[in-house]
Ligand binder design. Sequence first.
Ligand code: PXG
Length: 479
Amino acid sequence: MNTSTLIAPPALVRRAEQQDTQAIQALDSAHYIHPFTDHAGLASRGARVITHADNIYVWDSEGKKILDAMSGLWCVNAGYGRKELADAAYQQMMTLPFYNSFFNTTNVPAVQLAAKLATLAPKVGERSFKHVFFSSSGSESNDTNVRMVRRYWDLLGQPARKVIISRENAYHGSTMAGASLGGMSGMHAQGDLPIPNITHIHQPYFAENGKAGESRADFGVRAARWLEEKILAIGAEKVAAFIAEPVQGAGGVIIPPETYWPEIQRIVDKYGILLISDEVICAFGRLGHWFAYEKFGYKPDLVTFAKGVTSGYIPLGGVMVGNRVAEVLIDKGGEFNHGYTYSGHPVACAVALANIELIEREGLVQRVRTDTGPYLAECFESLNAHPLVGEAQSCGFVAGMSLVRHKPTQAAFDPDLGVGMICRAHCFNNGLIMRAVGDRMIISPPLVMTRAQIDEMMALIRRCLDATLADLRAQGALA
Ligand code: PXG
């Protein structure tokens, strides 16, 4: 097809809902390479065109209203359509749309945001967070972590401490370092990853790695000790840091047993290893706390953030740098040869400040912790009675459930059946965005979601599970 005739003038493109969906789809497949997408496969189906959004709903170009139980991509914590955030961006763009923080300069929103984040990050034991490094994404922030951690050990005269230990099925981004830190084998297979000196241990996922008859609590301790085994196998004098998500998000909302994090803390303390908490998904109220390490009671040295800091309205990420690392970098470090054009971008920082103010004003963190989070847990865990559900569990405002072929034994479906994809298709058709990771169905709703909206979402989830079950019964796929 000659797509050049389909290129619309900018004024028309601005309101995509007025466009012919097929024309947009043709332009899309002609020019736009999507993230993590089989380009040819998508071209044959045509992308769904999302045109506008409000509160917890998005609309597509056919006028279909969809309840977005994924907050975009785990990020729209404050919900869609928040005028305060648009106003903050507008005002900052008119005042100072950009200036860099290199060459001994700074800008007011970046300074104010760094100071605000320092007040939000709770002190744990002797660890506090007074300093922040800014980037534009979670991936860039984790690249920063790799550079900072290695610089830290160099400055302390231990340059052999290079190895960073992560976990299988972790997600830490898509740059060379981010994808290497991540434990997704499909990503490592493309591009000769991981880069050197990054290694992985098993994830604390009971359904996959637990033993028959083992309690979840015992499993949590055993899973944490995989870290100790790895440290000893490498030699503690070569290990720089351990990085982990408080709750694994993209891996399928894997919530560790309560015994996991305390044992991890014991091990990193014993061997003097830095602890990096990747809270790109879990911070800014997602687990009912500003930062998730507080919920689990561990003491990270570096905390990665992005997504919810601006509720996804504009790209911003960063690293909270704890006093242990900051004191070495600042007192002994001289110049740290690292930074991005958009480190401390004034507009992104102004939007983040407005977003944090809004979340504080509406008490969303507290609400998730004491009201809507526990209510979601009660509703979501009731799905455990559904014949298709192996285990349904939530933590704050993330939740996941496995779909299983045989409930009593938790036996999985043949992956070729694509059960998660069947369920996801029913969700779209019924006006619900729920994500599938293999045969795990996961949600991460906007924090503004009310109890009534949780009921509305649960009714849709049940309808989609029933429709999936009916399909599988018709195929004779159940045990
Ligand atoms: N760390 C964690 C824990 C993340 O979840 C990143 C780092 C990277 O952030 P950026 O901003 O560079 O994308 C993420 C991102 C999914 C999905 O399919 C999840 C993410 C990104 C894209 C898709 O669930 N998380």
